[in-house]
Design a protein around this ligand. Structure first.
Ligand SMILES: Nc1ncnc2c1ncn2[C@@H]1O[C@H](COP(=O)(O)OP(=O)(O)OP(=O)(O)O)[C@@H](O)[C@H]1O
Ligand SMILES: [Mg+2]
Length: 350
């Protein structure tokens, strides 16, 4: 066994594995702002992840190998990762427990987990942290994730020669990145619109609610393929270049994407209404901030604002980061890195 006698700095980097795209970034504290050391993204075949479980780690490792060798911009030197689990697969709950001996807390949390989580305890990893201790009760944050998912991530990272420092929920990370760059001073819906899901959190001083809608950018690509009788590449190109924004193609695109976009907005409205009617705060949501790759589709945010009738802005998680020697991210790719940035911001804290 090697006994560590020398202090070694062991930095981390943020690794956001979506269902189609892996985004990574390393940040370094120092000075007023964190410095961007390196970042990049790569896509991989859609079948490699099923129900949140990485079923083909080899395929993902292979698809990401060129990026790991040479980041798109700068360099990632860390070999420890802060990774994100899909929020839809993570159970998070704040428990109110009577004051107790710290030694008994683990058992009490497990009893609560058994009651609230519809998955047998042996199939879960459970972690917890006391957030507040009062005279008559304490608040304990409980987070649980299916072992099959976490183990599949660890297997992938092993294969890539990486060590896991933390697995966080994707929306906890995305919201951290947004709050760090744009203080949220009113109740806000954060929507991460990825390839296959729209992940939502309601943020009102803290995260009050999370939800997931099983629709994303890939549904829009598929709809265009079907309705316009075109291939994937061409459909993606139309989506990226014109979206539903003003163009000669707008009537055709709207005829095709109108229905799925409306469905997405209706589902978001349903979550907003649920929070406003049932939440303990009874406060109105006054703003929507959108992250994820699909936030960059031309015309989408304007459409959303008109449908939901709440101002919509795109997340700017790069604000407050310094990238002196590295090319700044393109406007179109910027919102896609939100979750990865939220993870990388944990540098120095793990
Ligand atoms: N500039 C752009 N314009 C339109 N769509 C875009 C653009 N850039 C990326 N997308 C779309 O965004 C999606 C990828 O976004 P992201 O990387 O956030 O998803 P993911 O994390 O892989 O998926 P999920 O979060 O659903 O697991 C794809 O559907 C892609 O076509
Ligand atoms: Mg994602």
């Amino acid at each position: 066994m090697r006994i560590p006698l020398v202090y070694r700095e062991r930095p981390i980097f943020g690794f956001d594995l979506g269902t189609r795209t892996a985004k990574m970034i390393q940040l370094k504290p120092g000075g007023k702002h964190m410095q961007v050391m390196g970042y990049g993204y790569a896509t991989f075949p859609g079948e490699a992840i099923t129900e949140g479980i990485i079923v083909d780690p080899q395929e993902i490792a292979q698809a990401l190998a060129p990026l790991m060798k040479q980041m798109s911009f700068g360099k990632i030197t860390a070999t420890r990762v802060a990774a994100a689990l899909p929020v839809a697969k993570v159970f998070t709950r704040v428990l109110e427990l009577p004051p107790m001996n710290p030694a008994d807390l683990g058992q009490a949390v497990r009893l609560e987990a058994e009651q609230y989580i519809p998955v047998p305890l042996p199939d879960l990893y459970i972690d917890y942290e006391t957030i507040e201790t009062g005279a008559d009760h304490s608040e304990v944050l409980m987070v649980a994730a299916p072992r099959a998912i976490v183990d599949s991530y660890i297997k992938l990272f092993d294969l890539m020669g990486l060590e896991v420092a933390l697995v966080d929920s994707s929306m906890a990370a995305a919201t951290r990145a947004i709050v760090a760059s744009t203080p949220l001073d009113k109740p806000t819906l954060v929507a991460d619109i990825g390839s296959t899901s729209i992940d939502l959190t309601v943020h009102d001083k803290v995260i009050r609610l999370t939800d997931t809608i099983a629709m994303g950018g890939d549904n829009l690509t598929q709809q265009l393929m079907k309705d316009l009788g075109i291939g994937r590449e061409q459909a993606s190109e139309i989506k990226y270049k014109f979206g539903t924004g003003p163009s000669g193609l707008q009537p055709k695109v709207m005829a095709s994407l109108g229905a799925p976009l409306k469905k997405m907005c209706d589902e978001m409205r349903r979550v907003i209404k649920y929070y406003q009617d049932r939440g303990t705060q009874k406060r109105k949501i006054e703003a929507i901030i959108v992250s994820g790759g699909s936030a960059s589709m031309p015309g989408f945010l304007e459409y959303m604002a008109a449908q939901i009738n709440i101002p919509v802005t795109v997340a700017d998680p790069w604000a407050g980061l310094e990238s002196k020697h590295i090319q700044h991210v393109s406007k179109y790719d910027a919102p896609m890195y939100t979750t990865a940035i939220g993870l990388a911001r944990l540098e120095g804290k793990l």
